[in-house]
Unconditional design. Structure first.
Length: 74
């Protein structure tokens, strides 16, 4: 586990590739992205259909951890 001294909490790392991140991780991702879609840059609003996407896909060696996740508009 990597601990960034600027972070108030440790980075979330899934126990398995299929582990879903808790709501607190979604909120941190939203804050990190400034409430914008990681692909289009469009502002996201409550009720929008969104997905959590792996920046580097698991099949390509990406890890199931917070720093490899991003929120995208469906």
């Amino acid at each position: 586990m990597t601990l960034d001294t600027r972070r108030p909490v440790p980075e979330w790392v899934g126990k398995k590739p299929t582990s879903k991140a808790p709501q607190s991780v979604y909120l941190r991702l939203w804050e990190r992205q400034g409430g914008r879609c990681a692909i289009s840059g469009s502002k996201m609003f409550p009720g929008d259909k969104v997905d959590v996407d792996h920046i580097i896909p698991l099949r390509d060696g990406g890890q199931n951890k917070e720093s490899n996740l991003q929120i995208v508009l469906r």
